[in-house]
Write a protein that binds this ligand. Structure first.
Ligand code: T1G
Length: 698
């Protein structure tokens, strides 16, 4: 008896309903049941046509991603899609929620498609490092045309039902109840003598598709898809739709799909898909933990970060009171917010009226009384412990009971901040990343006494403002910055060793980073790192440590904002500055740092393995809950490419034995101070295990 589908006849129409919560993924069981339902339909003389519909909140959201690393059981999805299409009885797919990946592919195997207005359809496999592998690269171009199909598959973004109707992907929009509307539609098609429309038999519209089209399209997407493997595979598969028979092109698609599925890219991107959903699962904070109602927010400090933080809440429809020390500071802050919104207006992403509406949701104040009623207060003042303590003492005196008091500190001891209040249980860290209104990452820092409902509320707020919230513990730099410090340290040391910054940056960029370490430092400001290094109280005493940050900062070469830092700037163009390497050589001589030659491989190892070694320490200390949490932090906050999976996944795929051997090599060269292998890494390397395996079997 099928337990993932039901089969019912209504007015001569067979209604096949899939019910596989939470998203009706096309698991093996669902595929088997659908196969059986189609056999039943063929044999059922009382059924003249059929409707394929799903229970729950969405149509099929794709193949079951959890099955990808297991042997695929029959029936394979492509075969099932062909079986839908081969039916001699007309089948209508009825779409609500999101028909994605294998879900849309199954719908395209049906003969007609209808959808409710709020439905969305897409082929987002590229986000998993894949291509549509159940004939989507062949059927979508036949329905929507080559360019639209490529745009949808390369972006991975679903389109609305209206857009899909216009593109020819769906044939009808159903207002009102989908089930009854789809049955009526199927009946009307039957009564109207509509043909069985088999999409695979449609011609691919080739107008405008000349010999150069696909190479030009690939060039056009190159910048956005730099380093990713799947996009080019998609282009090749769609090209086969033009140049090969349907049968041959489906074989080409299968080959290209298998190449993607076996790639480290796809293993990385699939890892991140689940890791980004795991981050909200906190072992000692159950999903049933009640959250506090956040209807109003206050932000203390209207500087760059405070302004960006404010915009996140305004964009989510939550009013914000912004407090600054004086009117001048407020005016600057409000002006900066308005300027950011006006950029969105100029780009057509917002209207003037919406800009004014957004600004109208912000209340600027200079008196703490103005923030007394806020449900959530986020401090975003200068990164100095004394100043933060002063703010929190005032907030403790002023804010209503039950208000959550959050600090945007990027590295300081949250417990020390909480200790100046009478309510440490209500204090939490919410570390936004610049630019705060754009970067998706939000490090949520739990203090020793932070209450469970405060943590649950912060995670819910992160989702509300469309951030990826990752819970971390208290230590200097929390997880992201703490692991970024060794990455920066090695870049800095290599400069002293005579390796030009532009070489290190190029190697990091070619590895996949959005920007090299020196470019990042110039963007953030060398003084930011200078201050962080000085705030790091128990930093080991090493005169070589980030020496050039100190020297250049003290020269006033702070980076882009001063026109010169590690690079000289011609506008925003970074130009290598020979003077900087002269200074580096002088400093190296004074410090006794040897000039060396290094391979590109060594540059990658020293940048990434030093970060990974620190990540192992972060896991050992429980500052991060899972290795996947660390990976989510680095792909959402530090420009690490998703096809690398994040530092800990990259280590697992490289092999911890190789990582350990390299770290041991650098310990032999540089000593124990910075290159002592973390015991967890050493143990797992010795046991031939991965961080992921350790995390799942603790
Ligand atoms: N397979 C298995 N589990 C899935 C899943 C999938 N396709 N999609 C979601 N889940 C789980 C998810 O892990 C979470 O589990 C729960 O469902 C709710 O998800 C052959 C090869 C549909 C827009 O890429 O985009 O088809 O954490 O938290 O925010 O060509 O899920 O609760 O245990 O994201 O409401 C292509 C992926 C697959 C779509 C809903 N399809 N999913 O978002 O809920 S490859 C996709 C999503 C494929 C074919 C190819 C979203 C969503 P848990 P959620 P949501």
């Amino acid at each position: 008896m099928p337990d993932k589908t039901s089969y019912e006849i209504v007015d001569g129409i067979a209604v096949i309903t899939i019910d596989n919560p939470p998203v009706n993924a096309m698991s093996t069981a669902v595929r088997k049941d659908c196969w059986a339902a189609l056999d039943k339909l063929a044999a059922d003389s009382s059924a003249q046509a059929a409707v394929l519909i799903c229970a729950g909140r969405t149509f099929i959201a794709g193949a079951d991603i959890t099955e990808f690393d297991k042997p695929i059981e029959d029936p394979w999805l492509p075969a099932l899609v062909e079986k839908f299409e081969a039916s001699d009885k007309l089948i209508v797919a009825a779409i609500h929620g999101t028909a994605l990946g294998g879900g849309l592919e199954t719908a395209m195997g049906c003969h007609y498609r209808c959808a409710v207005p709020a439905a969305r359809v897409g082929l987002p496999e590229v986000n998993l490092g894949l291509i549509p592998g159940a004939t989507g690269t062949q059927r979508l171009p036949r329905l929507a045309g080559v360019r639209k199909a490529l745009d949808m598959m390369i972006s991975g973004r679903p389109v609305s039902a209206a857009d899909a109707l216009e593109a020819g992907i769906v044939e009808k929009i159903i207002d009102g109840d989908l089930r009854s509307g789809a049955i009526t539609y199927a009946r009307a098609l039957l009564d109207g003598g509509a043909p069985i429309k088999r999409v695979s038999q449609l011609e691919v519209a080739a107008d405008g598709i000349d010999d150069e089209f696909f190479s030009e399209y690939a060039k056009g997407m190159a910048r956005k898809t730099r380093g990713f493997f799947a996009p080019a595979q998609i282009v090749k598969s769609v090209e086969a739709a033009i140049n090969e028979s349907y049968e041959d092109a489906v074989k080409t698609e299968r080959r290209l799909f298998d190449e993607c599925k076996a790639s480290t890219h796809s293993r990385s991107q699939r890892h991140l898909f689940f890791a980004e959903r795991e981050v909200s699962k906190i072992p000692d904070v159950p999903r049933t933990t009640p959250v506090r109602d956040i209807k109003s927010v206050a932000v203390i400090g209207a500087g760059t970060m405070g302004g960006g933080i404010t915009m996140n809440f305004v964009n989510a429809g939550i009013p914000v009171t912004v407090l600054e020390v004086d009117e001048a500071g407020l005016a600057r802050g409000m002006g900066s917010i308005r300027k950011n919104y006006s950029v969105a207006v100029d780009k057509g992403r917002m209207t003037e009226a919406q800009l004014e509406q957004a600004m109208g949701m912000i209340t600027p104040v200079t008196d703490y009384a103005g923030v007394a009623g806020a449900d959530l207060v986020i401090e975003a003042v200068f990164e100095n412990m004394d100043i933060k303590k002063d703010v929190f003492a005032k907030l403790d005196e002023t804010c209503k009971q039950g208000a959550i008091l959050a600090s945007n500190t990027s590295s300081l001891d949250l417990d020390e901040i909480a200790a100046v209040t009478s309510r440490p249980q209500d204090v939490i860290g919410m570390h936004f990343f610049a630019p705060a209104n754009i970067m998706k990452l939000l490090e949520i820092v739990r203090g020793r006494e932070t209450a469970a409902d405060v943590i649950a509320t912060a995670l819910a707020v992160a989702k509300k403002i469309r951030k990826t919230g990752v819970l971390v513990g208290v230590c200097f730099g929390f997880v992201g910055n703490r692991m970024f410090f060794p990455y920066i340290r090695e870049a800095q040391l290599m400069m002293l060793e005579g390796i030009p910054p532009e070489r290190v940056d190029q190697v990091a960029f070619d590895w996949g980073m959005a920007m090299g370490p020196h470019a990042v430092m110039d963007l953030s400001g060398l003084d930011v790192f200078y201050k962080l290094n000085n705030e790091w109280r128990d930093r080991p005493d090493d005169p070589v440590y980030c020496r050039m940050i100190n020297v250049l900062s003290e020269m006033g070469r702070l980076g882009q904002k001063t026109g010169a830092g590690t690079y000289r700037y011609e506008g925003r163009k970074a130009v290598p500055d020979p003077e900087v390497m002269d200074i580096a050589r002088r400093e190296a001589q004074a410090l006794g740092v040897q000039q060396i030659e290094v391979s590109d491989e060594e540059i990658v190892e020293r940048l990434l393995f030093s970060m990974i070694n620190e990540g192992a320490r972060v896991l050992e200390e429980g500052i991060a809950i899972r290795p996947g949490d660390i990976d989510v932090i680095f792909v959402n906050g530090y420009g690490m490419p998703r096809y690398r999976g994040g530092p800990m996944k990259y280590a697992d795929m490289t092999g911890l034995d190789k990582v350990y051997a390299a770290i041991s090599k650098y310990r032999d060269r540089y000593g124990d101070l910075w290159w002592t292998p973390t015991p967890l890494l050493e143990r797992l390397a010795g046991e031939g295990r991965t961080f992921q395996d350790w995390s799942e079997n603790r």
